[in-house]
Design a protein around this ligand. Structure first.
Ligand SMILES: Nc1nc2c(ncn2[C@@H]2O[C@H](COP(=O)(O)OP(=O)(O)OP(=O)(O)O)[C@@H](O)[C@H]2O)c(=O)[nH]1
Length: 155
């Protein structure tokens, strides 16, 4: 088994509005655990080793504080990043609109036309509060050449 130093490293940053479920998503991925309580994130970096197509990767996942249109995207969230996870809540149109704003900020900062990105719609269990239909999420992902996850329940 290879040591940690010989693993391929991948840096992923998770961005989105406040309280959309970024930390819950990361915790679910790393610990397979869901927490009902809300603790606003300042920023935390977590690690997970995973195997993909026979190769082992050391993934560094940066769980960021909630963004709004005035938040400044720093180099920490743009330089040396291998992939972006942009998260909205299906119960919040504001958080959905924020995805395009964040996406455009990243493109602008990096000076590229495309980024490796997955858009995730959370809180799909809250059907009666849903404001964003799956088709809207899918279309947004297509428009931005991104992957999309919007039907998974993490709770
Ligand atoms: N019902 C439901 N609640 C969720 C889901 N995901 C997260 N939550 C709840 O939403 C609240 C906010 O979740 P967090 O994961 O802390 O959100 P966050 O985006 O990291 O928040 P910030 O740190 O402020 O940016 C918590 O009370 C979670 O339990 C979900 O899929 N369904």
């Amino acid at each position: 088994m290879p040591g940690a130093d010989s693993l391929k490293k991948r840096k992923i940053v998770v961005l989105g509005s406040r309280s959309v479920g970024k930390s819950s998503l990361v915790r679910q991925f790393i610990e397979n655990h869901f927490d009902e309580s809300y603790h606003p994130t300042i920023e935390s970096t977590l690690h997970k080793t995973l195997k993909y197509h026979g190769a082992e990767f050391d993934c560094e996942i940066i769980d960021t504080a909630g963004q709004d249109e005035y938040s400044i995207l720093g180099s920490k969230h743009t330089i040396g990043i291998h992939g972006y996870v942009l998260v909205y809540s299906v119960t919040s149109r504001n958080s959905f609109n924020m995805i395009q704003i964040i996406h455009d900020k990243i493109l602008n900062f990096c000076g590229t036309e495309d980024i490796p990105c997955v858009i995730v719609g959370t809180k799909t269990d809250l059907q009666s509060s849903r404001q964003i239909q799956p088709l809207e999420g899918e279309k947004l992902a297509q428009k931005n050449n991104a992957g999309w996850v919007g039907n998974e329940r993490q709770k």
